[in-house]
Write a protein that binds this ligand. Structure first.
Ligand code: XMP
Length: 169
């Protein structure tokens, strides 16, 4: 296992992002929407550093079984989403890769009547994007490697690792 981002590096960066969110949303209640399952660990760490009142919503996006990256077809399940109408949203994802997932979910949430929407990704893979998408907050830019840990998985394993590593054969 090649460790790309240590537990300490992640903690420091998450605190910096939370400070930016606290500044940008000062006095404005927020709904943090996490994309399941990859954003769970990031969401848990980030929200505990956010100081504005917040609600949590969850949304699931899955590509078809067993794939390691997102294909064209995406299923969106919003059964666990709170009411986002008129709310300021902060949408969290673990990683921006091709950009299709976030593009689709942003459109979905806007169609549900969000008052405003900002996006935050922990990781952004360099050189992989297929659709233009600029997150408002980005934790780290990383090379085009398949990564696991801190919520990210391979076949649903490794999500519990406290660091982010490159999956090696
Ligand atoms: P797109 O391509 O739609 O993809 O931006 C975002 C989703 O793809 C998954 N993904 C990964 N998951 N390690 C993972 O565990 C990776 O290196 C990786 N690259 C993409 C992830 O579900 C993300 O939300």
């Amino acid at each position: 296992m090649n460790i790309l981002l240590s537990e300490d590096e992640i903690r420091v960066r998450v605190a910096q992002i939370a400070a930016e969110v606290n500044r940008d949303f000062a006095g404005r209640p927020l709904t943090v929407v996490g994309i399941l399952t990859g954003s769970l660990v990031f969401l848990a760490d980030l929200i505990r550093r956010i100081e504005v009142p917040l609600k949590i919503g969850l949304i699931q996006a899955s590509s078809y079984c067993g794939e390691t990256t997102t294909a064209g077809e995406l299923r969106i399940n919003d059964a666990l989403l709170t009411d986002v109408r008129g709310r300021d949203l902060l949408l969290l994802d673990d990683i921006l890769d091709t950009g299709h997932t976030l593009t689709r979910i942003v459109a979905h949430l806007n169609a549900k009547g969000a008052a405003s929407l900002r996006t935050c990704v922990l990781l952004r893979k360099v050189g992989r994007q297929q659709v233009p998408f600029e997150p408002d907050y980005t934790g780290f830019s990383i090379p085009d490697k398949f990564v696991i840990g801190y919520g990210l998985d391979y076949d649903d394993d490794y999500r519990h690792l406290p660091y982010i590593g490159e999956l090696t054969p």
